[in-house]
Design a protein around this ligand. Structure first.
Ligand code: ACO
Length: 325
């Protein structure tokens, strides 16, 4: 008997050129570097240039992931993009990315789970590969969150930034008793009763406008650690592992205090936790693959490592996945 594993072939990431530091922000809104660093750990964010769209950021990250995997766009037959800031209302950003990659085969679609978008996209692609519906998936988290921000609202505009990250997953048929590899298990959750704690006050059907991001920061903070721990514990239980087995914890990069809170609750030491939020703020669905990219480029995440990814965001949505790298 054989089984299919969804194996990681490569990762990539991209941050737009323009950097906005906390000090620069403090010239336009009533805030300070000290306040932002102390409350969030964020030092700077990147913002896409005029005309630079989510699919452009995704394209940069995808090309790097393909290069790292030694593959070309022709090798990809599934593209799943996690995004809440699509280029256009339709078609899907994944379809535009497919076009920019110069391919017309396979299937491409978006997943909308806000900050959890990449984790949901990984779980979706894993299901497609294991269900023999595709052979090689390009899984992307990409956002131009800057376009949803009210730049006069200091309670939200200091927290977010633009970016993209990408990962290639490949279906491999192996004997049933082959050692574990790739995406081992995922756990996803949604509870829409919390929708108005983190949302956009516009939309195609609601207002016919794009709208701005609105958030009850304290409420989000209150729920975040518990929800993150819930799905991580579920993933550990399903795989018979403990946090001591983890080589790396790669959390959603929203806020250093949430990351620290989750690490403390779960007993994951700081030295096993990848933190990049200081460099790019909360890039929503892009944050986990950006952190994966940074940590694999600098040699921390290596082949054979056990990596836990997790995210929580608007909806609320939350999810985790355990990956043998
Ligand atoms: N600069 C300076 N002061 C500010 C700023 C700012 N940017 N923003 C708010 N303040 C002020 C408030 O007005 C308030 O002033 P007041 O006491 O005079 O009324 C004071 O700072 C304290 O405000 P709080 O909202 O109580 O600050 P808190 O310690 O809760 O921190 C924060 C706010 C950072 C948003 C926190 O609630 C948080 O981290 N929440 C999680 C939100 C998050 O990470 N969201 C990301 C999206 S969701 C996700 O990805 C998980």
């Amino acid at each position: 008997m054989s089984k299919i594993q969804s194996v990681v072939r490569g990762v990539g990431g991209y941050l737009p050129e323009r950097v906005i530091t906390n000090d620069e922000l403090s010239k336009t809104v009533d805030t300070s570097d000290e306040w932002i660093v102390q409350r969030t750990g964020i030092r700077e964010r990147h913002v896409a240039a005029e005309g630079e769209m989510t699919s452009d950021l995704a394209l940069h990250a995808s090309r790097i992931a393909l290069d790292n995997a030694g593959l070309t766009p022709a090798d990809i037959d599934l593209i799943v993009v996690g995004t809440t800031t699509p280029d256009r209302t339709f078609p899907a950003t994944a379809a535009l990315l497919q076009h920019k990659l110069g391919i017309t085969h396979g299937v491409a679609f978006d997943v909308q789970a806000v900050c959890s978008g990449f984790v949901f996209a990984v779980a979706t692609a894993d299901g497609y590969l294991k269900g023999k519906m595709a052979k090689r998936a390009l899984v992307v988290g990409a956002e131009t969150a800057s376009r949803l921000l009210d730049w006069n609202d200091r309670t939200t505009c200091v927290l977010f930034g633009d970016g993209a990250g990408a990962m290639i997953l490949e279906a491999r048929e192996v004997p049933d008793d082959a050692p574990e590899n790739g995406v081992l298990v995922s756990s996803l959750r949604t509870d829409g009763s919390h929708w108005d704690k983190l949302y956009v006050d516009g939309g195609v059907s609601a207002t016919g406008t794009i709208g701005h991001l609105r958030m009850e920061g304290k409420e989000v903070f209150k729920h975040a650690v518990g929800m993150i721990s819930d799905v991580i514990e579920d993933v550990l239980e399903k795989t018979g592992k403990t946090t001591a087995d983890l080589d790396w914890f790669v959390p959603h990069q929203a806020n250093k205090r949430i990351i620290d809170g989750a690490g403390k609750k779960l007993g994951i030491p700081e030295e096993k936790t990848i933190v990049t939020v200081d460099r790019h703020a909360n890039t929503s669905a892009a944050s986990v693959p950006l952190a994966l990219w940074v940590a694999s480029e600098d040699g921390r995440i290596k082949s054979g490592d056990l990596v836990m990814i997790e995210a929580m965001g608007g909806g609320f949505t939350w999810g985790a996945a355990l990956i043998r790298w």
